[in-house]
Design a protein. Structure first.
Length: 434
């Protein structure tokens, strides 16, 4: 399947053509005229001398990445992650979901036939099923892909219920592996993937509820390959239960790390080691395979076909013969969540409302050179320097009338208006009513 990105220069949506969206095309032209050079070559462009620069990765991608040309050597997940960080979920979803590994033609036909055999399946609220299952669990493992904030938005919706069930630890793979990591508040020292705004909201919510944030990756385990890394992670988690015999923990990891079976001939996932080391059988919940951003082509194509024939408006779990059922017949996880296709409102995904907790707020573009709008919690800007803070939400995507739309919890915010150079050109206070 060919890779396509929008040529429309007047809007932010992506359609079947081979150009960047309107804001990104404008940004690319600006950078070319300026003669911008990638001074962060070989480094992480999210960071500069002052702190976080959310446009740094975007600069690199619009200049060095060619949309519309499939290249087996290009991992589209990396630029997808970086557009997600900047609040451009349309581009992130398009890039990641159009990174197709190859399937033989008969496989596509097999998917079509297989979908037709699933008529006896019923759908149940994923939140209800999970919170019923977690009542007697001690370790709940969920996975999420960096490029898909929708998966993290669903996890956010579980925190209140799981805290009320006695869960007090939240273990996060995305935390900084070095000693300077921060696990008691939200800022750039949490880690690279923690700089994504919805990830930041998960940490804020967890800390407000009373969770203890657990970092189970360190610089030593990060340097290990494959199963070695997973074994060291699992050992750290097993030690948590040795020190707290009553511990109940939620864990968020990437992809197959929470698989309860070996993958291939050589890779043993962290969840397998954890059960071996701790004697605790974790409840494993996959969020990455049955969705528009499925991690592999069979899953992506299956979801495209299945969702056209089945209406789904909320995260769901399939049941067959009164038992949870994986639509992909994947027995690596206990539960597999089906995430609905994104519904767009003002050109932003409606799931950014975090299950109704956040409100959509319009921001009028008052500055001629305005490009990026960010909303920071006002109390955080008083406590720490702005360049190291994680916004509650941000975007350079505008609606048809030129207004920006942000999703925010009730509270006081400091709006930051930036130009294409990531320079602050204006500030404004914003109070979102409860």
């Amino acid at each position: 399947m060919k890779f396509y990105v929008s040529i429309l220069l007047t809007c932010c949506t992506l359609s079947l053509s081979a150009q960047w969206s309107g804001p990104l095309s404008g940004l690319k032209s600006y950078l070319l005229q300026k003669g911008w050079k990638d001074s962060a070559a070989g480094k992480t462009p999210l960071y500069d001398m002052r702190g976080l620069n959310y446009l740094g990765p975007v600069y690199r991608n619009v200049l060095n990445f060619q949309p519309g040309k499939k290249n087996a050597l290009v991992n589209y997940q990396v630029p997808a992650n970086e557009f997600c960080l900047a609040g451009d979920h349309k581009t992130a979803i398009q890039l990641a979901s159009d990174y197709y590994d190859s399937l033989p033609v008969p496989a596509y036909k097999e998917v079509d036939r297989f979908v037709d055999t699933l008529k006896a399946v019923t759908l149940h609220s994923a939140k209800d099923v999970i919170t019923e299952r977690t009542k007697h669990e001690r370790m709940v493992m969920l996975n999420a892909s960096p490029a898909y904030s929708q998966q993290r938005a669903f996890i956010y919706s579980l925190l209140d219920d799981l805290y009320n069930q006695g869960f007090r630890y939240l273990a996060l793979e995305w935390l900084n592996s070095r000693k300077n990591r921060n696990v008691t508040s939200v800022d750039m020292f949490n880690g690279y993937f923690a700089a994504e705004p919805v990830a930041g909201e998960i940490m804020r919510k967890a800390l407000q509820l009373g969770f203890r944030i657990v970092a189970y990756e360190d610089s030593l385990s990060e340097r290990q390959d494959g199963s070695g890394r997973d074994a060291m992670q699992a050992a750290t988690l097993a030690n948590l239960y040795k020190h707290d015999s009553a511990a109940k923990c939620i864990l968020i990891a990437g992809g197959g790390h929470i698989s309860e079976k070996k993958i291939g001939n050589s890779y043993t996932p962290m969840a397998v080691f954890f059960k071996r080391f701790s004697g605790i059988d974790p409840l494993t919940i996959d969020l990455t395979e049955v969705c528009e951003g499925s991690a592999f082509e069979y899953g992506r194509y299956f979801f495209t076909v299945w969702s056209k024939k089945n209406s789904i408006s909320q995260p769901s779990i399939a049941f067959r013969d009164k038992a949870p059922y994986s639509l992909l017949e994947n027995d690596q996880y206990d539960l597999q969540v089906i995430l609905p296709p994104t519904v767009w409102s003002h050109r932003r995904p409606s799931w950014l409302d975090l299950n109704g907790k956040r409100k959509s707020v319009s921001v009028r573009p008052t500055e001629k050179t305005l490009f990026l709008v960010q909303a920071y919690y006002n109390n955080e800007t008083i406590q720490k320097p702005l360049p190291i803070l994680i916004p509650a939400d941000q975007t350079y995507v505008t609606d048809e009338d030129g207004y920006y739309w942000l999703y925010l919890l009730p509270g006081k915010y400091r709006l930051i208006f930036r130009d294409m150079d990531y320079v602050v050109i204006a500030e404004k206070e914003l109070d979102v009513a409860g």
